[in-house]
Design a protein around this ligand. Structure first.
Ligand SMILES: C[S@@+](CC[C@H](N)C(=O)[O-])C[C@H]1O[C@@H](n2cnc3c(N)ncnc32)[C@H](O)[C@@H]1O
Length: 509
């Protein structure tokens, strides 16, 4: 497959693997709003932050939206958009790899870009996500103003859409459909089935079993599909539709066949979106909303309008799904996800994580009524946690950072071994079973033994505690991470154990 080359490509394609895992530490007030929430606002470089999320969220994010700097060669008030072309690609490449790892198998990623970089990014996305997983490039009518000095004034923004795995998309599921508004439906013949719309019964493309004659019962005129077209259904289905009063011949009965589509059915199925979006507000609306939120002098530069994010979330997510934005800006994605009852994670490197995102999200919790609030009847509620990047998991001498809690190390070891996120609570030395192997960790006094190394060495006593927490009847191999092991080879074999020594055997975790 053709790939894109740039100055630092060799280093950039290795970068995501080389970023060290770091802890995420509570910052600011810690929790804002309701204590029982799983939403996260993280301030820091998204490369390190995404890596820190991997052991906990790999494969769990349903929708990623990013609005990275467009490389427009201009310095905005709140962030620098003046990266050299290669630098821009090296910013994006490793982050896209991590974002792919975080996406669920049925997840999607949406990236807004103008024409500066979109074609380069398409090639990079094809490499990372696979060419077959590109769904489309949505054209968003993002500005109505015309630049009189331009050769051709840009009126649109590109939104690249990729699936993690196209094959997971099933035509009939509720995602990737918009709510049917009912526009254009009426009931001129008082059909007891309610309002309907007449769709053409002729469709493009020649299909042999959809070629037949239809006679208009009033005029006796005979209709056949035009050259290169077909009727929408085969003859058997056509007869059923005729009997059911779903085929009509124009408003007065004098025309060719049409098929009635009832609003009740359309509402169940939802509406297919097109690639042209001119009904989701413009950047001007985003700016106006930002002025309402932060005042004229503090408004964010070019925030996305909430309606745009609402459209994306309507298509790509359901209630309670997890949405991630790693270039959060003024917090639009988080605010919309919150108002739409989705869970969210937002990452922002700039100080505006504190000056814009926190106040905006606090307002949302308090019931802020701008943006999409009225449409979704937002009443307020919920909460989020504010985090910053903490120390690396491993110290420069290779030892484990003593600040690392059992739960954090457990998540890292579990992920390194299984490549799935750790779902445990970090309360038991037995972490779980994956592919028939049990995993256990003795660390940090999990067994309440305060002696130096107490409880962190594999002995008959600690093994008994591990076995006590394993599911009854589990007879598979148990891999134990510990500071040491007191058993000889023979005992290890009869007990079906493997011991990995901390920290040496988990350096690459
Ligand atoms: C175009 S803005 C996003 C605007 C956002 N969609 C909104 O509606 O407010 C891009 C954001 O990405 C942030 N950013 C750039 N590089 C980053 C990095 N390495 N880690 C985290 N955030 C980054 C910038 O600070 C900026 O706020």
């Amino acid at each position: 497959m053709p790939t894109l080359n740039w100055l630092t490509r060799k280093e950039d394609i290795k970068a995501s693997g080389q970023v060290p895992y770091r802890i995420l530490e509570t910052a600011g007030k810690g929790v804002y709003g309701d204590l029982n929430n799983s939403n996260l606002l993280i301030q820091g470089d998204n490369l390190a932050a995404l890596k820190a999320l991997i052991p906990f969220y790999a494969g769990k994010v349903k929708c990623v939206f990013i609005d990275p700097p467009y490389n427009t060669q201009s310095a905005f008030t709140h962030y620098d958009d003046n990266l050299e072309h290669s630098q821009w690609l090296s910013l994006l490449y490793p982050r896209l790899e991590l974002l792919r790892e975080l996406l669920s198998e049925d997840g999607s990623i949406w990236i807004t870009l103008n024409d500066n970089e979109v074609h380069y990014l398409k090639v990079v996305m094809d490499e990372i996500f696979g060419r077959k997983n590109m769904i489309t490039n949505v054209i968003w009518h993002s500005t109505k103003s015309v630049t009189s000095t331009a050769i051709i004034s840009a009126a649109h923004t590109n939104i690249l859409l990729y699936f993690k795995k196209r094959e997971y998309w099933v035509h009939n599921r509720t995602e990737f459909r918009l709510p049917e508004s009912g526009e254009g439906f009426s009931n001129p013949d008082n059909d007891p089935r309610g309002p309907w719309k007449a769709d053409p019964f002729q469709v493009g493309g020649w299909r042999p079993n959809q070629q037949y004659e239809i006679t208009n019962p009033k005029t006796r005129k005979v209709y056949r599909p035009n050259h290169g077209s077909s009727w929408k259904n085969d003859y058997k289905k056509f007869e059923i539709l005729m009997q059911d009063g779903r085929i009509i011949f124009g408003a007065t009965g004098d025309a060719g066949p049409q098929r009635k589509r009832f609003l009740s059915d359309a509402k169940k199925r939802g509406r297919v979106a097109t690639t042209l979006w001119n009904d989701v507000d413009t950047t001007t609306n985003g700016t106006q909303h930002s002025k309402q939120l932060f005042g004229n002098d503090n408004a964010f530069t070019n925030p996305k309008p909430e309606k745009l994010l609402q459209r994306i979330m309507q298509l790509a997510t359901n209630d309670n799904d997890l949405v991630l934005d790693s270039f959060l800006g003024s917090g639009t994605t988080a605010a919309v996800a919150h108002k739409m009852n989705r869970r969210w994670i937002g990452i922002e490197i700039g100080e505006h994580a504190q000056t814009h995102c926190i106040p905006r999200l606090e307002k949302v919790i308090a019931g802020e009524q701008g943006g999409i609030s009225k449409v979704v009847t937002w009443q307020g509620g919920g909460g989020f946690r504010f985090l910053r990047l903490g120390k690396e998991i491993f110290m420069p001498d290779g030892s484990i950072n003593p600040q690392i809690t059992f739960a954090v190390l457990a998540a890292h070891l579990w992920f390194a071994e299984t490549h799935t996120p750790y779902n445990g609570k970090g309360k038991s030395p037995f972490l779980g079973i994956h592919d028939g192997i049990g995993y256990a960790l003795l660390y940090n006094g999990i067994l309440q033994d305060k002696k130096t190394n107490g409880g962190n060495i594999l002995t008959a006593t600690t093994l008994a505690k591990i076995r006590k927490d394993a599911p009854a009847g589990f007879a598979g191999k148990v891999m134990v991470y510990a500071n040491g092991c007191r058993f000889g080879k023979a005992r290890m074999q009869t007990e079906n154990l493997e011991c990995k020594q901390l920290p040496y055997d988990c350096k690459k975790c």
